[in-house]
Design a protein around this ligand. Sequence first.
Ligand code: NIG
Ligand code: FE
Length: 399
Amino acid sequence: MRCDRLWRDARLATMAGNGLGIVEDGVVAASGGRILYAGSAADAPAFDPERAETLDGRWITPGLIDCHTHLVHGGDRAHEFELRLAGASYEEIARAGGGIVSTMRATRNADEARLVELALLRLDALIAEGATTVEVKSGYGLTVADELKMLRAARRLGEARPVGIRTTLLGAHALPPEYAGDADGYVELVCREMIPAAAREGLADAVDAFCEGIGFTPAQTQRVFDAARAAGLAVKLHAEQLSNLHGAQLAAEAGALSADHLEYLDADGIAAMARAGTVATLLPGAYYFVRETKLPPVDGLRAAGVPIAIATDCNPGTSPLTSLLLTMNMGATLFRLTVDECLAGVTRNAAHALGLQAEIGTLEPGKSCDLAIWDIERPAELVYRIGFNPLHTRIWKGL
Ligand code: NIG
Ligand code: FE
């Protein structure tokens, strides 16, 4: 059988089904950028490849997926980090006019080209560890023009590098100073102008919001969801990060792809997510960096069968993290996720959190041929090491 590329003498973690989907003596064949075959050498058809590589027993996993980032932003918050080291809390800094609003100023002051240039530094770090799809949120512009500028910058990342980029409009991230005292007025702007404009220009794949005491109320979040639905866009939510406003339940009832953070999630929220098939995206980097002590209810999520994804949440305020390998290690050490759960969290379930489960996330025929090839002896090494990158080769769409 003709194919473009063939990788043989490989060990596979296909991530198909529920576990790792291990194949000891495996081959992967690709044609037209898609997987033609991924499985045991013994069962493989006789391939006639254009180009073949022997991997000497190296492991192949699906290319990694970072399903929650704020990669595009101006400036940094190293100074706030120092304030926190001196005792200030994340919420105190935000309420004093720092936090998201300080990144908003830096982002408004940067033009699209500068935002792309800065984000590429962070994207390249993710790519160097095998990331093949990355979600990027807006949320630091907080005007129609600046949010669209961020989304355009995000789309341009996908033209500048061989990587899949999914964009999410996070207009309801924080209240910009010009709307002080008028959160409803700002939500009106998000719903009436920002969401329709982003949809019209094809700049957003989904809509997100920050449902929190220092963010937006459940009622305001519901309005954002209604506007997203009217514009034909999927929804996601930053929920239960610092307190329990029952945002996850609201998100699940709106058919959200994912609810993210979830440290303060309760049993009703878990049940609602399970019913709706909403993915729980856990963000151990943010938990670590803000020194949160409340753990997300991992046992409850497991028992209810809610798919768990993990992501970097790469952002300047709560998670200046650009490593999915370290994210997996944190998922295991901080949240007690298993190796299988960590790997599923950055592949199969991360794809699901983006609504891309038919396209990426496992090594199965018909899916995009996005591969990470590793110099490791066993998959657990990807989770166990800290600050070590065993990536051998990364393949995106068969190339
Ligand atoms: O995912 N929680 C809200 N948004 C980001 C933090 C953004 C920031 O502090 O700049 C998060 O943690
Ligand atoms: Fe986030």
